[in-house]
Design a protein around this ligand. Structure first.
Ligand SMILES: Cc1ncc(COP(=O)(O)O)c(C=O)c1O
Length: 410
C-alpha cells in the first residue's frame, strides 16, 4: 500500500468527515514543495496549477527563504488589539498605500471570511443600516457571519434555519443598475436600510465568472448614489493575479477585502478602504469591538510585507496578464472542435475552463492528479476546471501541464 494511502487512512480515521476531500482513488498527501512543484509522500511530483487556492502567488519557498523570513525576529505572536508589533506597523502602511482612492485605513484579520466580516460590520456602522445587496454565484466564505452573503446553496442549505435571509437581496452578477435599485427597494420594504453591496471582481469558486466590461465601475458608482458602502471582495482576484494589485484600481469602491496571497503563505487578511468609512469604528480606548487572538499576527505581517513588495516590484501582475492571454490562445486552439469544451474564461492567472458535462471538471481534476498535475474543479456543478498557478510559474512547466489538460479534455 502506498505511503499516500496509508497516511490518508490515518487522517480520515479521526478527522471530521467533511474536512478533507475523499477522492475515489489515489489519495495525495503533500510532503514537500518548491516553486511550482509539489512532492507527495511517495516521492511523486506534481506541477502545481492551484498554488494553494492562489495563496502561494510567489510559489512555494525554499527552506533558505523560510529561514530568512524569521531571521532577526523573535516576536511570533503580538497582542492583537492591545499592543502592536513593529512588523504589523510596517505592513499596515504598505496595505494602506494599496488603496487607490485617497487616504485609507486598514483592519487586519486572519482569513478571508474574517476580512469580509469586518467589511460587513464597517458598512453597518457607517450607515446604521443592515441590509446587503449580494450577487448570485457569490462566495465570500462559510463562517456564520458571512454565510448570509455567500449565495451557493450547497453551503447554506444545512444551516438555513439559522440564516437571517430577509436582510440580504441576491441579484444576478452583471445585472443592471435598475435591478440594484429594485433590490434596495425590496430591502426597504422588509424594513432593512441598505448598508452595503458586496461583490467579487471575478467570481472564483463559481467557476471563474467574469462580469461585463466596466460593470464594476458602474456598481461602485451606483452604491455611492444609493448611499451604501461598496465592498470589493478581492480576496482571490487581488494582489497581481488579474494584472493589478487591486481590482479597485479603476472602480471606486469604499472597501477592499484582501486575503489568500496577502501573507505570502501565512494566514492573514485585511479589510482596507476609505478613511472616512473606516472611521465609523470607534477609537479603541479599552477593549476593541472587533478582534481575535491572532489578528495582526507578526510573522504573517512580516511574510506579507515581503510578499507584497515582491509582487509589486517584480512586474508579476503584468506577467500574469500576458501569460493568461497565452493560456487562453493555447487552449482555444487546442480544444477547438472538442465537443466537451465550452469556453476558457478569466483574466490573468485566474482562469477557468468550462465543459459541457456536469462533473467533468471534477473528473478531470482526479485524472490530472494521476498524470502529475494539480488543478481544481470549480463551479457549483463541478463542470469547470480552474487554473490559478503561482504568478512566477516557469512557462515550460505551465505549458507541460496545459498539454496534459488538453490531452485529457478531448
Ligand atoms: C472571493 C473570496 N472571498 C472570501 C473567501 C473566503 O476566504 P477564507 O477561506 O480564507 O475564509 C474566498 C475563499 O475562497 C474567496 O474566494
Amino acid at each position: 500500500v502506498s505511503e499516500n494511502s496509508r497516511l490518508f487512512e490515518k487522517l480520515v480515521s479521526v478527522e471530521c468527515p467533511d474536512s478533507t476531500y475523499h477522492p475515489a482513488s489515489n489519495p495525495l498527501v503533500f510532503k514537500s514543495a518548491r516553486g511550482s512543484v509539489i512532492c507527495d509522500a511517495d516521492g511523486q511530483s506534481y506541477i502545481d496549477l492551484c498554488a494553494g487556492f492562489g495563496v502561494m502567488a510567489l510559489g512555494h519557498p525554499t527552506e533558505d527563504q523560510l529561514a530568512e523570513l524569521i531571521e532577526g525576529t523573535s516576536i511570533i505572536h503580538g497582542m492583537g488589539d492591545v499592543y502592536a508589533s513593529v512588523d504589523k506597523i510596517e505592513f499596515i502602511h504598505e496595505l494602506a498605500a494599496l488603496y487607490p482612492h485617497g487616504p485609507a485605513r486598514v483592519a487586519l484579520a486572519l482569513t478571508g471570511a474574517q476580512a469580509v466580516e469586518i467589511a460587513l460590520k464597517t458598512a453597518m456602522l457607517a450607515t446604521k443600516g443592515s441590509g446587503f445587496i449580494c450577487f448570485e454565484g457569490s462566495y465570500h466564505g462559510v463562517e456564520l457571519g458571512v454565510l448570509p452573503v455567500t449565495h451557493r446553496q450547497d453551503f447554506r442549505a444545512p444551516f438555513k434555519s439559522w440564516l437571517r435571509d430577509e436582510s440580504v437581496e441576491f441579484v444576478p452578477f452583471g445585472c443592471t443598475t435598475a435591478t440594484l435599485e429594485r433590490a434596495q427597494r425590496a430591502l426597504q420594504m422588509r424594513g432593512f436600510k441598505l448598508a452595503g453591496l458586496i461583490v467579487e471582481p471575478i467570481q472564483g469558486r463559481a467557476g471563474i465568472i467574469v462580469p461585463p466590461r466596466d460593470w464594476l465601475i458602474d456598481v461602485a458608482a451606483w452604491s455611492k448614489t444609493a448611499g451604501c458602502v461598496s465592498i470589493l471582495d478581492d480576496i482571490f482576484a487581488g494582489l497581481g493575479r488579474t494584472g493589478v494589485m487591486t481590482n479597485a484600481q479603476n472602480a471606486n469602491f469604499d472597501l477592499v477585502c484582501l486575503g489568500k496571497a496577502l501573507g505570502g503563505g501565512f494566514p492573514i487578511s485585511a479589510c482596507l478602504g476609505r478613511s472616512s468609512v473606516m472611521e465609523a469604528w470607534p477609537v479603541c480606548n479599552s477593549e476593541a469591538l472587533h478582534t481575535g487572538t491572532f489578528f495582526g499576527h507578526p510573522l504573517s505581517c512580516r511574510s506579507g510585507l515581503k510578499a507584497l513588495k515582491a509582487i509589486r516590484f517584480s512586474n508579476l501582475p503584468q506577467r500574469a496578464l500576458e501569460l493568461g492571454q497565452k493560456i487562453k490562445e493555447f487552449i482555444n486552439v487546442q480544444l477547438a472542435g472538442s465537443s466537451r469544451f465550452v469556453e476558457i474564461r478569466g483574466e490573468g492567472l485566474m482562469i477557468g475552463i468550462a465543459y459541457s458535462e456536469v462533473g467533468f471538471g471534477a473528473k478531470l481534476m482526479d485524472q490530472l492528479r494521476s498524470h502529475g498535475v494539480l488543478a481544481l474543479a470549480s463551479g457549483p456543478r463541478g463542470d469547470s476546471l480552474s487554473i490559478t498557478p503561482a504568478l512566477n510559474i516557469p512557462e515550460n512547466l505551465l505549458f507541460d501541464a496545459l498539454q496534459k489538460i488538453v490531452d485529457l479534455s478531448k
